[in-house]
Design a protein around this ligand. Sequence first.
Ligand code: MN
Length: 255
Amino acid sequence: MAERPLILVCNDDGVRAPGIEALAAAMADLGDVVVVAPDREMSAMSHSISLHRPLRVEELRRNWYAVDGTPVDCAYLGLLHLAPRKPALVVSGVNAGYNLGTDVFYSGTVAAAVEGALRKIPAIAVSRERGYGDDYGPAAGLARALGAAVLQHGLPPGILLNVNVPSAKGPAGYRWTCLGERLYHDKVDVRSDPRGRKYFWIGGPEVGFGDVPGSDCLAVRDGVCSVTPLELDFTHQPLLAEVPGWRLDGFEHVR
Ligand code: MN
C-alpha cells in the first residue's frame, strides 16, 4: 500500500488557536499530519525568520509542536527537521481574519505556506472572516477539499493557493480569484507613555475594498469563498523588456 502523504500544518495565531485544531483535524482525512506552530500569537510577522537567536521546541502531544518563534521558523523546522519524512503538502491556518489583496505581504499565515512553496512543496494558506465565534468547520472543509485536489493534480513549483472563507450562511460556493485591493486607513498615532516619552501605534482600521474585477475581496463580499493562486516570482516581465531603453548616467548597460 502506498504511504500516506505527510501534511505539515502551521499557522500564525498560535498552536492553541481554534483554527489550527479544525484544520489539523480536517487534513487528517488526507494524510499523516504534523503540526508545528508558534507558542503564542504571531500574526503580521510576514516572512520574519529567527537567524540570530536559539529556538526552543516543545512537543505538546504526538506530532504537535510549539515553537517560540515566527510562523516561518515553524514551517522551516517542520519541513527540515520535525516532519518524519518530506511533506507532500503544507497547509497554514485557519487564520482568524481575512488575508486579502496586499495583506499577503504582511501575513504570517501566508508566509508559512510560502516557505513550503519556496521549497517546491505545494502549499495552501487558509483564512476566515473575523468574528462569528470559533466555528472553523467550513474553512477547514474547503482546505480539505482543496488539499485533496492539490495532492491529486499537484501545483506548479513555486505556486501556492491563498484561500479566504466568509462566514455567511448559505451554499458553499467558491471562486478562483486574483488579488484585490483591501483598503486601510493609514494612520500613525502618537501618544505619550507614563514617563512622558512619545510612542507610536501604526496601522488604522479597514475601510473597504477597491473595485478590482475578479478579485478575492469581491468574492468574499459576495459571500463566496475565494481561492487565489499566488506566484513567488515578483519579476515584472513587461518592464524588464522595456528598461533596456533607459540610459543611466555613468553606467554602461551590459547585456
Ligand atoms: Mn493571524
